[in-house]
Design a protein around this ligand. Sequence first.
Ligand code: MG
Length: 502
Amino acid sequence: MVDQVFVDDTIKKLIEKYRVIWAIGHAQALMGWDSETYMPREGAKERSVARAELSVLSQQLVLRPELVELLEEAKKKVDSLNPYEKGVVRVLDRAVTQLKKLPPEHVYEYTKVTGEAVHVWVEAKQKSDFSKFKPYLEKIVDLARKTAEYLGYEKHPYNALLDIYEEGLTIDDMDRVFDAIIPHSKKVLEKVLSDGYYPSQHPLEKVSYDREKMEKVNKEILDLLGFPWDRARLDVSPHPFTVNMGVKDVRITTRYEGINFKHTIYSVIHEFGHALYELQVDEKLAMTPIAGGVSLGVHESQSRFWENIVGRSMPFVTLMKPILDKYLDFTREYSAEEIYRYVNTVRPSLIRVEADEVTYNFHIYLRYEIEKKLITGELNVDEVPVEWNNMMEKLLGIRPRNDAEGVLQDIHWSHGTIGYFPTYTLGNVIAAQIKQTIESKEKLEELLSQGTEGITRLKDELRKLVHMWGSTYPPKELIKIATGEEVNPEYFNQYLSSKYLK
Ligand code: MG
């Protein structure tokens, strides 16, 4: 089967050599999923050793001389290769180059510091005390600067970090995105707040639900979306996520807080979007270096597309309403339009993960500006809490009362992932651009009002535009092929205008 897309002999040999690395990734994905779902708590220590050992082994296998030699051979004839084969070369070359540039002592130190930092962050957040986390953030920023120096960059060290999470992404790209969407989102927010159609609070936010009933709701919503239960699962974890073991084994999770049911439903729809991307990668690419989704930004575009653009639209709420009413007695007294207003409340809030689609990108912009300044040393770590609170007040007119509501709210920095946040906004922007492309053929509203049949067609469109390619093309090229132009933030502005300024 593989022969249909991979014809070059060197590439075939490379893919064969790669298979053991894929297998380790497969095992690690399964171990990661298990750690968050069913593993007994006391298993954590041995599991983390097992995962760390496998990571080291996998890196060694990537740098095997026979694999690197084959890669060099393939690079010499890259112009004569087909797009899939070029993709294999690009992805492996990126991995080899990164691993070669980062000294093992640096990687070891990074793993050790972030391993401790996560626990310190948990405690600091509980006590709402930034001073506890501060020495770790200092070490992490210092390590991130070193990472940037080792990897190399043009213009700005933060570019090296952005590229880790989103191949080819630069400060110039993100500045262009934020310059376009922040002022416009401000205008939209002002209008929404003065206008009142989209409420800032809704009584349904205070209503408790029965977990077993909500599990049935989530399953039926996934049925409505055509979730393939023979290739995918839904489980429960403290933080919802998606993981794929392969194109035929993709797993998502949600959580049940017992109150404000939109949280669990929309995290299911969000993760469904991530899962669908992996499930619709061309089977012929399975077990190769280009088998998975290409980047965090493109992945987030798919989850946001389903969560917000589809899930929070009136036609989808209308499709979902009978499922809600079947199991939840408290939705029956509300009209579909009222449920639509409940799932689309808009208000300035302090916590990123609770933010609506109008205010969400302000939270990312704040983190982006702080991270850039931390990396150059323009901002010191001890100045971050005040800078955070000042920016929050400037952007959304509200001020955190303590560190837990401000600088300590996200786990990301304790993981050492500086440069990751911008991919969330990039995802929102790409999602709107893809909507625009799909709507050049047929309006989303019309597709969704056809129910299952329309949803199937929509999934097929996304498969052809984005999913089937896996990592064949780098993200920027994929967006250009899929939508006919480079990432263009104006589509996000248009999306917000058409939904909120009507
Ligand atoms: Mg996501």
